[in-house]
Design a protein around this ligand. Structure first.
Ligand code: NAD
Length: 473
């Protein structure tokens, strides 16, 4: 499917999911339209000097909903970026923030470039110019619109964005909060890089912890031993694989643009990552079966399918090949509306993107809070917590007459560091949100799937916010 068609279909699918869920609410049509419609879109063009003169670069930023500010969302660098895609992704951000109680509206940005074709110097130039364009039009700022990484961008680009914005706003004390996913030294938070992948694992873990649901799917409770196939081995796919592996799930297949690898006994994601980093390809590893680039990640048997690459990879023409009982949507919009409806009717449990990949924005929220407070989480409390726990242990030891070794005492009384606090806040948010969505679905047998239930919750929360603002009394 051509890119433009793909983007239009993607946006139509997000809107169709919204419309379907809207029917399970009693909000007036005008309010539903206000929530669904994108509030503002900026399209910028600027020149990049090239060997043959100048190349015109196109970039976008869509601010989907200002029911809460700032708005928040990633920046994508890809040759397939276009306005409809950016708007669809911004809408997903609005619903994602709403269901997870993150106090942001949704936004998304993109620059239509293939990052592989540019030098580091050119990438820096593009990123800084894009940031300046956003700043000129008030489409970036800690209280206005907060950027983050997405496909094709990472801490390096986020660092350039923070630096450019700070240079343009030298008197703003909180300027570093204009973007999240920054390097730690530039005000980032421990755990942001791996947050989306970790959240994907937490979502799957919560789903698999409910015995009655697993029984319905013919699966055992728990993640341990579950066979998993991952499509897309970038930031989200690799980190999700790493955390699934730590939970003793079995990563049996990994697929990328160059092809796929399979091992029924399980792959070690760290070994695969090192091999791909060194050789530039998943292929060529010893002890694994290989698939060429024409093969599909749906060819492999598994319990859980994790599409973690791009949108619309499971669609009407290949949905019959899905063998998994559970699909965890790590990417945004990887299953088309039509395929999602049909697979759900056939008993496949689909964990929707607006929950499954919310880990990124949850931890981005923590980073934004850290930047506003100008202090690392745990800095003021860690030693105090350790001392209190130590005193408690000593009191219990004296009362019971049983004494712990120094090593045991240290392990039990150690205060939480930033990474542990971030991970526990993330796990709590994802597990709690999943249970809210599941409850919503169970409470009304007419709600067909988890995606619709998630949208109903998002719509209700945003509608409530509009009513509180007195805009729709
Ligand atoms: P990334 O660029 O780091 O990785 C994407 C990977 O997918 C790349 O390695 C690419 O080669 C691969 N890929 C692309 N097309 C493919 C195909 N047809 N088959 C197999 N592999 C393919 O991007 P990312 O940050 O990991 O994002 C992946 C998805 O997760 C996107 O949909 C993104 O919107 C979503 N997401 C990302 C974040 C985040 O924090 N990075 C947060 C929420 C959602």
């Amino acid at each position: 499917m051509a890119s433009l068609e793909n983007a239009i279909q993607f946006k139509a699918d997000v809107d169709a999911s919204f419309d379907r869920a809207g029917k399970f609410t009693d909000h007036p049509e005008g309010l539903l339209q206000q929530i669904k419609t994108c509030n503002s879109v900026l399209h910028v063009t600027f020149p990049l000097p090239s060997k043959n003169g100048y190349e015109v670069i196109h970039g976008w930023r869509a601010e989907h909903s200002h029911h809460k500010t700032p708005v928040k969302g990633g920046i994508r660098y890809s040759p397939l970026v276009d306005e409809d895609e950016v708007i669809a992704l911004a809408s997903l951000m609005t619903y994602k923030c709403a269901i997870a109680d993150i106090p942001f509206g949704g936004a998304k940005g993109g620059v239509r470039i293939d990052p592989k074709k540019y030098t580091e110097g050119e990438m820096q130039r593009i990123t800084r110019r894009y940031t300046s364009e956003l700043s000129k039009k008030n489409f970036i700022g800690p209280a206005v619109d907060v950027l983050a990484p997405d496909v094709g961008t990472g801490p390096r680009e986020m660092g350039w964005i923070a630096d450019t914005y700070s240079l343009l706003n030298a008197n703003q004390l909180n300027s570093s909060a204009c973007v999240t996913g920054k390097p730690i030294s530039a005000g980032g938070i421990h755990g942001r890089i791996e947050a989306t992948g970790l959240g994907v694992m937490y979502a799957a873990k919560e789903v698999c912890s409910i015995k009655e649901d697993m029984k319905e799917l013919g699966l055992d409770k728990g993640l341990m031993g579950k066979k998993i196939v991952i499509q897309g081995f970038g930031n989200v796919g690799y980190n999700a694989a790493r955390y699934f592996h730590e939970e003793d799930a079995k990563i049996v297949g990994i697929f990328e643009v160059e092809g796929g690898i399979y091992n029924s006994k399980g792959l070690n994601p760290n070994t695969v990552f090192e091999h791909r980093r060194e050789t530039g390809s998943l292929l060529g590893m010893e002890g694994v079966e290989e698939y060429g680039p024409e093969a599909s990640f749906l060819d492999v048997e598994c319990d859980i399918l994790v599409p973690a690459a791009i949108e619309q990879v499971i669609h009407k023409d290949n949905m019959d090949k899905v063998k998994a009982k559970i699909i965890v949507e790590a990417a945004n919009g990887p299953v088309t509306m039509r395929a999602s409806t049909s697979l759900s009717q056939n008993g496949v449990l689909i964990v929707p993107d607006i929950l499954a990949n919310a880990g990124g924005v949850v931890v981005s929220y923590f980073e934004w809070l850290k930047n506003l407070s100008h202090v690392r989480f745990g800095r003021m409390t860690k030693k105090h917590e350790e001392r209190m726990t130590h005193n408690l242990i000593e009191a219990v030891e004296r009362a019971s007459g049983r004494w712990l070794s120094q090593e045991e005492k240290k392990r039990v009384s150690q205060g939480a560091d930033e990474m542990e606090l971030v991970a526990s806040g993330l796990e709590d948010t994802i597990a709690d949100t999943y249970n809210q969505i599941r409850q919503k679905m169970k409470s009304n047998p007419a709600i067909p799937d988890l995606r619709t239930a998630a949208y109903v919750i998002a719509i209700d929360k945003i509608a409530h916010n509009y009513m509180e603002l007195g805009i729709f009394p």
